[in-house]
Structure formats: structure tokens, C-alpha cells
Design a protein around this ligand. Sequence first.
Ligand code: IPE
Ligand code: MG
Length: 242
Amino acid sequence: MSEPNLDSSRIPTHIGLILDGNGRWAEQRALPRTAGHAAGEASLFATIESARELGVDWLSAFTFSTENWSRSKDEVEFLMFFNEDLLLRRRDELDAQGIRIFFAGDLDDPRIPERNRARMAETSAMTATNDGMCLVFAFNYGGRVEIAEAARRLALLVQQGELNPERIDPSTFAGQLYVPEMPDVDLVIRTSGEMRLSNFLLWQAAYAEFVFPEVLWPDFSREDLVAAIAEYQRRKRRFGTA
Ligand code: IPE
Ligand code: MG
């Protein structure tokens, strides 16, 4: 479906989504915070569908941060179960749309339930040969950990005599990030009016444009996505040039 308000030749290649405001959405309705996460599923999948239709090549969604472990035990347990359950219920429809699914994050963390880890591994394997939109779930993700981990891997290669330190540059470095194929982020959208990056795609967002819609994540709609991309298209990207 083409979109009259957008220039189809300037759709961002990679959009990063910081899904924020689920808790506040629930609190406004006197519901438990977890009801907000459950409600956010519909907006996430509607956004995936819209992004695909609009011709976005990469969509990355921040679904669980390395800092989210400090939430209440109930909320963490809910989010773990929810992420696994969501994959089980939804991956076939994503696969049918040709979507390739990646997970970015520390997936070896022993706090992640084994079943969840298995579900993620199966999901990336089952969609690995798809050639549609690339969808990244940033799960147990933190940008600093990602960068430190890449440095550690490079150090190991040097130690094993497989890499000359002289050859380390931004592109060899990016090759050690969680999803080496991932292009830079063009547009980061964070809902709920919060204006922070919160350790999301630190490396990849070096030249990103940022849009901060006031809407809480469970209320985020196709119109909000189109408005964010329209705002992006009004920006003049300079990449450090005059
Ligand atoms: C984001 O919503 C949900 C996650 C990705 C964990 P929040 O849970 O941060 O909602 P608020 O900020 O408390 O409203
Ligand atoms: Mg929040």
C-alpha cells in the first residue's frame, strides 16, 4: 500500500523502535503494568506490517533491555514468558510474509529461560533464508555490552594471531556486533514522550534521526509511523558535512 504523505524514494532503510509507555498505558486504566505489555503486542505487529508495506528493509524493536532485569520479579517473569509465547504464536505469520528474524542481545545470559533461548534459535533458523524485511528483536540487549563484546572478540582474534590490530577499523569492528549484516539506523522512534536513547543501538545510531511521538506504545498506529517517517523526510541529513 503506497502512502500519499511519503516520498517512497526516501523511506528509511533501518528504523529502530523503542517501545515505551506500556506501564503508563496500563496505569491509566488501573490495570497491572503487564497488561500494558500485552496490549503493546498488537501495536508491534501492526507496525511490523506497516513498515513492511512501506518498504522499510530493517526494523529493530527494543523488547527487553539489559537494565530491565531490575524490574519486579513478576514483571520480568511476565516479559520472559511473553517474549517466548509471542514467538510461538506469531512466527509463522512473520515467516509467511518472508520476514527474516534476528535477535540482538546477550542470549547466553543464564537468567534467560532455556525454552526462550530455544524458541529464539528456532525462529532465526526457520526464517534464515527469507528475503523480505529483516526484523530484529533487541532482547536482553544493551549497546555498551554489545560494543564491549565486539572488542573482546577482536582481542581474541588478535591473541590467536588471526587478526593484525592495524586492521581494526569501524567496518571490522561492526563485523563483530550481534547482527553484523545490520545497516546503520536511519530513524529511531521512541514513544511516550521520553527523549533518551537508553543504550539502544549505540554504535548503529551514530547518524540516526530521532523522533519522539507523545503516544504511549500500545496506542501507536500506522498513522504515527507514517508521521514519524514524514518528519524524518523533512530532516536534512548531513553526516558531518556542511
Ligand atoms: C516499555 O514500556 C516496555 C518494554 C519494552 C519493557 P515500559 O514498561 O517502559 O512503560 P512505562 O515507561 O513504565 O510507561
Ligand atoms: Mg519506560
